[in-house]
Design a protein around this ligand. Structure first.
Ligand code: SAM
Length: 285
């Protein structure tokens, strides 16, 4: 194995990752920052710094896994979302920046009623790594925040993230959608980024190779889980409460219609992301 400097290691890794990534240079830098435990600025300032044999071996191993298709956040074990860094493992979906629209819509609704969330009960359904629930709990320290997931392995990741983000007050519940919650609990706000990819589309998607199928498969039309949740919400949501659902592009009209059918007197609207894609359906009861 040739002796590498920061510069030559990044050049070689960029070439190796170019075949699988549109951001090969940035991916290589992230992996080397993790191995050297340094900042991006350090990589730029010290291109001639030699790697030790151990650093070189660890960097090579990460680059090989990334070149084989393993997503960078799984290799690093961490991903930034909204205002915090979250632990991620292959048991949970990798947080997507688009989901920040759901968090922003939730905060906008809640802050209008109580800036610190006081007196409000929030439930995040299908919480995965906990990004939505924990971001809301950090921003609304007086709200009662609950998070559910059917996957015990995902909830173990949420526990780690509760410590990391500093929100020990969040309550976790394992089970199917809202059935996981105690009967006595009446949410004011329900958020959910549930699986919404139609089963037939999964085979063509690169994400399905490494991310849990349980986090992606939304049934024949992608709306199995969302449809069931809207049914359950009908009996649980507080009278002036709000439901926010992340959706796939092109699902807005169908999900809006499901909401209007369940709540004929309520207002439902589709919120688009910065790219103009349908991203969230908001129902205010
Ligand atoms: C698309 S992932 C979203 C994870 C996280 N909310 C996020 O935005 O990154 C969907 C999550 O729903 C969970 N899930 C799937 N079926 C469920 C069910 N019937 N009840 C509760 N959670 C479920 C999966 O385990 C997964 O963590």
């Amino acid at each position: 194995m040739a002796d590498f400097t920061i510069h030559s290691a990044l050049t070689a890794a960029g070439i190796a990752l170019g075949a699988v990534s549109d951001s090969a240079g940035a991916d290589a830098r992230l992996l080397l920052m993790a191995v050297l435990d340094c900042s991006a600025a350090h990589l730029i300032a010290h291109p001639e710094q030699p790697l030790t044999p151990d650093q070189q071996a660890r960097f090579d191993a990460l680059v090989q896994q990334a070149a084989a298709g393993m997503p960078i956040p799984y290799l690093l074990g961490t991903r930034a979302f909204f205002r915090h860094e979250f632990a991620v493992t292959p048991d949970v979906l990798i947080p997507r920046p688009e989901t920040e629209h759901l968090v922003e819509a939730a905060l906008a609704w809640c802050v209008r009623r109580a800036p610190d969330g006081a007196g409000h009960t929030l439930v995040d359904v299908g919480t995965g790594s906990g990004i939505i629930a924990l971001s809301l709990a950090a921003a609304l320290p007086c709200a009662a925040v609950h998070a559910t997931d059917v996957s015990p392995a995902a909830l173990a990741v949420v526990r780690r993230n509760m410590a990391q983000v500093g929100v020990p007050q969040v309550r976790l519940h394992q089970g199917d959608l809202l059935d996981a919650l105690p009967d006595s609990l009446t949410p004011d706000l329900i958020t959910a980024n549930l699986p919404y990819i139609p089963t037939a589309d999964l085979a063509e998607l690169k994400v399905t190779q490494h991310e849990p199928r349980l986090a992606l498969d939304g049934g024949p039309d992608g709306l199995d889980l969302i449809r069931r949740l809207i049914d359950q919400v009908h009996d649980r949501l507080a009278n002036d409460g709000c439901l926010l659902l992340e959706i796939g592009s092109g699902q807005g009209a169908a999900v809006q219609a499901l909401c209007q059918a369940a709540f004929p007197a309520a207002a439902a609207r589709v919120i688009r992301d910065y790219a103009g894609h349908e991203r969230v359906v908001e129902l205010i009861r």
